[in-house]
Design a protein around this ligand. Structure first.
Ligand code: ACM
Ligand code: ZN
Length: 548
């Protein structure tokens, strides 16, 4: 299938008349100014030369790979010296540039320079150049019109999430997903690693988490039907694989934020270590989708030790400043009846208030214990917006998922916020209301236009609170994402729309213009053999036979 698509793409490229670069890519650069003078002629003699360290050498190699992928031209890379800069592509940092992730491109007949305040900024300049190039099989020359481009992102946090627990995705696919993030100028990968239906990361101190917790003995068929497929399902990432993926992401300027969801969504861990639950079990790794009432016991010192031990290993694996501690959907019925939880509430003097029960506030105590433990290691917690309902410390960054409203409230209270509202950024949702030809999904109706229309800073938010909104992320929950190609289909090209929300100034955004420019991404999806949704190309969408 991939091979066929690749051939098709090359054929499309061969028949395309224009061999000119087009800088109007996705996300659209802030300023594109055509300049006088001749165009640059990129050909097999062009060299990519760089000033800088290993990061810049890697940038040069990426650019060479991208040019080869689009045009067949195999350019060499070299450290820049006095003689080899003229006439070539030069990559360099520029200490005068102010925005850390910004970049500047100059194209003239004499060569191309991509500069950035940092190697990361240069990397985004490289992505823009990559997307600007036409697809040509074995091209001899590509013409790049003379131009000056200045660009920098609006938001510092530009993320995508992937749930690897409801369905497990291979380490190779996770790397491909990271490639997809890089193509869309994103810099955070939120890796959801533990759930009721599977614990998917190796923790050496607690081997049963993966021996038992990584596997379920069956999965409900359809949408929580009474039928179970009785097929053993699961998998996990070894610590060696995790380290390899963390480095792979870092090479592409992407920080991985691991999520260990607590105290809810812990049934797989309870199946492995039943003493951590309020009732003591027995428990079974979840077969159904939804919210389970069995959560970690908030009154048992063993729970706190378990979490600290797990986080020790997680912090060792992930250098990220943020560690995601979940916090969503934690029903309190077990805690209400559990002598240990009630004892903890009374020992700590926890009282109800502000529409929060004492059990809600026990969750706040739990989160604060974790926050203090991580702060001592120089890390910060990030969690779902339910944390706002349990009196959590202001140092917690809030991920607003039940719409954008909780994010606005959190920002007003002084929390940093990442917007990931289910109204605009849940890519597990359908992409069309007319969904009878779509694969079985969780529901929802989130066409790409709607994602595109998202404004992360609500109008009512005062400027000071607005500064707390650090960025935007979309989530791919995987209850119904039964294959890697379906994962691709759900996120592409909606990631293109998201990238403009994350990167561009709102006044510059325009959906009609996006629809034209998204072709630059589509060409790369085709070259890579990614499966993508074709709702923007209705004729193809209708005739498409999809293997999802
Ligand atoms: C969530 O979707 N439960 C964060
Ligand atoms: Zn308990």
């Amino acid at each position: 299938m991939r091979k066929v698509m690749m051939t098709l793409a090359l054929a499309l490229g061969l028949t395309a008349a224009a061999a000119n670069a087009d800088y109007r890519v996705v996300p659209l650069p802030r300023e594109i100014a055509a300049t006088k003078g001749g165009a640059y002629r990129l050909n097999g003699e062009t060299r990519i030369v760089y000033l800088g360290d290993a990061d810049m050498a890697r940038n040069a190699t990426f650019l060479a790979e991208y040019i080869a992928e689009k045009t067949g031209m195999k350019l060499t890379t070299a450290v820049a010296d006095k003689k080899n800069q003229r006439g070539n592509i030069v990559l360099r940092t520029d200490a005068k540039m102010k925005e850390a992730e910004g970049y500047h491109i100059e194209v003239s007949a004499r060569g191309i320079t991509i500069s950035g305040a940092t190697a990361q900024g240069v990397f985004y300049g490289i992505q823009t150049l990559r997307k600007s190039l036409p697809v040509l099989a074995q091209a001899e020359e590509v013409t790049l019109p003379a131009v000056v481009i200045n660009d920098a992102p609006r938001f510092a946090y530009r993320g995508m999430h992937l749930d690897c627990s409801r369905h497990f995705f291979s380490a190779d696919f996770v790397k491909q997903y990271i490639d997809m993030l890089a193509l869309h100028n994103m810099n955070r990968f939120h890796w959801h690693l533990t759930e009721d239906q599977g614990w998917n990361i190796e923790i050496k101190k607690y081997p049963r988490l993966t021996e038992v917790g990584a596997w379920r003995s069956g999965t409900t068929v359809g949408r929580n039907s009474d039928v179970d497929d009785h097929v053993r399902y699961g998998g996990f990432y070894t610590q060696e694989q995790v380290r390899d993926i963390v480095k792979y992401a870092a090479d592409r300027y992407i920080t991985i934020i691991p999520e260990i969801d607590m105290p809810g969504h812990m049934l797989a861990a309870l199946a492995a270590y039943p003493e951590l639950g309020c009732t003591g079990g027995p428990y079974e790794v979840g077969h159904y989708w939804g919210v389970y009432r069995d959560i970690l016991c908030g009154g048992n010192p063993k729970t706190y030790q378990f979490i600290k031990d797990v986080l020790d290993e997680v912090c060792d694996l992930f250098p990220s400043e943020y560690i995601h501690i979940g916090g969503d959907e934690a029903p309190k019925m077990r805690w209400e009846k559990c002598p240990k939880c009630q004892q903890m509430i009374s020992d700590k003097g926890i009282v109800a208030g502000n529409k929060q029960s004492k059990e809600d506030r026990l969750q706040g105590y739990f989160a604060t214990e974790v926050q203090k433990y991580l702060a001592a290691k120089g890390r910060k917690i990030i969690g779902w917006d339910e944390l706002l309902e349990c009196n959590v410390d202001q140092s917690a960054t809030i991920m607003s998922w039940r719409g954008a409203e909780p994010g606005a409230q959190a920002a007003a209270l002084g929390h940093d916020v990442i917007m990931t509202p289910n109204s605009h950024a849940y890519f597990d949702y359908y992409q069309t209301a007319n969904n009878h030809n779509e694969p079985l999904l969780i529901g929802g109706d989130l066409p790409i236009e709607k994602t595109y229309s998202f404004e992360p800073i609500p109008e009512v938010t005062p400027a000071e609170a607005g500064k707390h909104i650090l960025g935007v992320q979309a989530n791919l929950w995987s209850e119904y994402i039964v294959s890697e190609s379906l994962a691709e289909y759900q996120v592409l090209p909606r990631m293109g729309a998201l990238s403009e929300v994350q990167w561009m100034q709102p006044a510059q955004k325009n959906f009609k213009s996006f629809v034209k420019r998204v072709e630059c991404l589509r060409a790369i999806y085709e070259l890579k053999g990614y499966t993508y949704a074709k709702h923007l190309w209705p004729e193809e969408h209708l005739k498409g036979s999809r293997e999802l």
